[in-house]
Design a protein around this ligand. Structure first.
Ligand SMILES: *Cc1c(COP(=O)(O)O)cnc(C)c1O
Length: 380
């Protein structure tokens, strides 16, 4: 099956043997009756498994070309489950420019449990080798990165991970499986904040993991069940519904992203636009080799790099909503220096490129003309 067909049908055969409903029923139940102790029909308690969640988990696996999918209560809960594969004394090599919540989970929680994190610029995969020791158990990759839109070569990173027998996990939230399929490129685990493009409608918080290998899948399933960070059946239904239009939405996100990126690049008040589709993007070659298209996430800085001017621009926007998050049908704008990255000291955030005037856009699926008009009036 090809991708668009899988978005609609993947893992969804015979979801309702009782009545043949086309969409999986929402099994809003905590428990399942047994005829004799242990005599159940595959489900006994909804933390360990629920049929609506199982349908979604099969859909996740299908879209990422993996054998096993797992759904969690949030993207961070999914990352937390991966970290629980490790033990005190282990080391992790992570992308340096990564989602703030992931950085916080690593440094403010797991460092206290004796896990050491090395944050490394991975645009040149060879940089990773330098940090590898026999304690290294996980390489954590986010690509494209947030909010600087750097790209990391998944295939090259996977080759290094394989050589040293280290797990490679990829946060595929920005790209989605429509644009990039990390398991195919050699990753062991692919992770999503399904809150973003997979759900796609800004109405659910959820996380996902997909893996191929059975032993790894069993361990992650055990962690999901034992730690309990699951999502409810209503939310599973909403994300299943969202997935059915993933390919259509992504196609439009990419088309609109290109129009907006080009408009910004030609605007006299804009200094720099970060979007992997530009041939001048320093990692364009990587984007071209591992992504099908370039997505709708764009960051830019204004000439003069004025903090207040950037705040004014995001406040002026009318079609774009000023909000955290991304990946929904509606366009969103954010100002990392005062929002997502406000807790990072100015010098630290500037080192990774998060300067005062940086604005991040999640370009939605509206009419591109309306988005351009809105940016025009807001930037002035
Ligand atoms: C939002 C996000 C997360 C965290 O996911 P939640 O669903 O908010 O817990 C992780 N990684 C990336 C790239 C994200 O955008």
């Amino acid at each position: 099956m090809k991708f668009n067909t899988k978005a609609i049908h993947g893992g969804q055969k015979n979801v309702d043997p009782a009545y043949g409903s086309v969409m999986p029923p929402i099994y809003q139940t905590s428990t399942f009756s047994q005829t004799t102790p242990g005599g159940h029909k595959g489900f006994e308690y909804s933390r360990s498994g629920n049929p609506t969640r199982a349908a979604l988990e099969r859909a996740f696996a299908s879209l990422e070309n993996g054998n096993h999918g797992l759904a969690f209560g949030s993207g961070l809960a999914a990352i937390d489950a991966i970290l629980k594969l490790l033990k005190s004394g282990d080391e992790v090599i992570s992308t340096s420019d990564l989602y703030g919540g992931t950085y916080r989970l690593f440094t403010s929680i797991y460092e206290d449990f004796g896990i050491k994190f090395h944050f490394v610029g991975m645009e040149n995969a060879a940089n990773i080798e330098h940090y590898i020791s026999d304690k290294t158990k996980l390489i954590w990759v986010e690509t494209p990165t947030n909010p600087m839109m750097n790209l990391i070569d998944i295939k090259a990173t996977a080759a290094i991970a394989k050589k040293h027998d280290i797990l490679l996990a990829v946060d595929n939230t920005f790209a989605t499986p429509y644009l990039q399929q990390p398991l195919e490129l050699g990753a062991d685990i692919v992770m999503h904040s399904a809150t973003k493009y997979l759900g796609g409608h800004s109405d659910v918080v959820m996380g996902a993991l997909v893996v191929n290998e059975n032993v790894l899948a069993d361990r992650l399933y055990f962690i999901q069940k034992a730690s309990g960070a699951i999502c409810g059946p209503q939310d599973c239904f909403l994300v299943l519904r969202g997935l059915k239009t993933l390919h259509l939405r992504m196609q439009r996100h990419c088309e609109n992203g290109k129009v907006v990126a080009e408009f910004l690049a030609n605007h006299p008040k804009i200094e720099k636009v970060y979007w992997p589709g530009f041939k001048t993007h320093p990692n364009h070659r990587i984007a071209k080799s591992q992504m099908k298209d370039y997505g709708g996430m764009i960051s830019f800085v204004t000439k003069g790099n004025n903090y207040n001017e950037a705040i004014q621009i995001v406040e002026n926007l009318k079609v774009f909503t000023l909000a955290e998050s991304l990946g929904g049908v509606e366009s969103l704008a954010g100002h990392p220096a005062s929002m997502t990255h406000a807790s990072i000291p100015k010098e630290e955030r500037e080192k990774i490129g998060v300067v005062d005037s940086l604005i991040r856009l999640s370009v939605g699926v509206e009419d591109a003309e309306d988005l351009i008009e809105d940016l025009k009036q807001a930037i002035g």
